[in-house]
Design a protein around this ligand. Sequence first.
Ligand code: C2E
Ligand code: CA
Ligand code: CA
Length: 354
Amino acid sequence: MSRHGGDVFIILLNNIHDDDSINYMVDMLLTEVSSPFAFAGRNISTSCSIGVAVYPTDGHDFEKLFGRACKAMSQAKEEGRNTARFFTEKLNTDSLHYLNIAYGLREALAHHQFELHYQPQISLKDAQVIGAEALIRWHHPQNGMQPPAQFISIAEQTGLIVEMGGWIIEEACRQGMQWQKNGLPPLSVAVNVSAVQFRRGNLDKVIIKALEKTGLNPQLLELELTESILLEDIDHLLAQLDGLKKLGVKLAIDDFGTGYFSLAYLKKFNIDRLKIDQSFVRDINTDPNDAAIVRAIVQMAHTLNLEVIAEGVEDEAMLKHLRESGCDEVQGYLFSKPLPADAFEAFIKNMYSM
Ligand code: C2E
Ligand code: CA
Ligand code: CA
């Protein structure tokens, strides 16, 4: 970074692999610069306008890139303060989307716009509901209910997933306890956790605190991990998972069968359950390969003393096939969509005629 003169600064980013890495920096700069700071006993806040030019799309030399970045910055100023513009229009559209979501997520955290929905998980042994998967929803004040596909990846890139994830874990534990207080049998709650939470968030401490605060039996909490955790520092990850396993927390691998989770990792991580990816379940009746994959996963899991749950179960034919394959539990629209907590409670009470 260098000061070009007056109030103009130049920041050169190298080793940028994709546009979202630029968006991440832009978002961070706008947020940092605009956050108030104390000076001489007063709170002062400021703002900045950012113009971005990208090599080689916007130019091959400094002069060209600098000129175009200045042009973009003038546009940012015209748009109003504390914003950014790219020289290339397509990047502007993408960036605007990113910045809007990132800003919206911060607002959502501050104004309690998140809610967890719960989808029942059913044992095929006795057709009882054994637990629920917690799935996040965002009540956007203008755009209505947003599914996680709209915002989880930006929450991960900005790091906001750490704060969101803390709330998600505590809320799921609290709800699990609340159902017990309302007379439901002890149900497990499965929470999706992102790799970023392990890296940046001291996830083990967050979970221990949530369990202590809510009083939920650790055995009733399950973490759904995806293979993206394999990109983390494995020793650090193992230390965190080890501590949680000692408490009794359960571990599941989500979307199993789509990635590179090896048998060695399943053993090393002390996994309890595999969740067969929806893509295999979807075509289980029509694609013999998928049917064979499901059977192989179940057999392998049982040999390793792991349970297997299938998700995305939408009809009776799929259910029949999964039962014949030896699957232990199922989850899907055939039984219920993910429900708000009170509707989930009503679903269970209705099921058991309580
Ligand atoms: P996932 O963990 O694989 O969750 C399963 C998704 O399949 C959910 O979508 C669920 O609503 C949907 N689903 C359930 N039953 C069926 C079915 O029978 N048929 C079909 N076609 N779909 C079904 P949703 O809620 O939109 O969540 C999407 C993804 O967002 C999740 O995939 C998960 O990766 C992520 N996500 C959701 N909540 C959280 C969260 O609290 N934290 C984190 N880090 N990620 C979350
Ligand atoms: Ca999941
Ligand atoms: Ca999944």
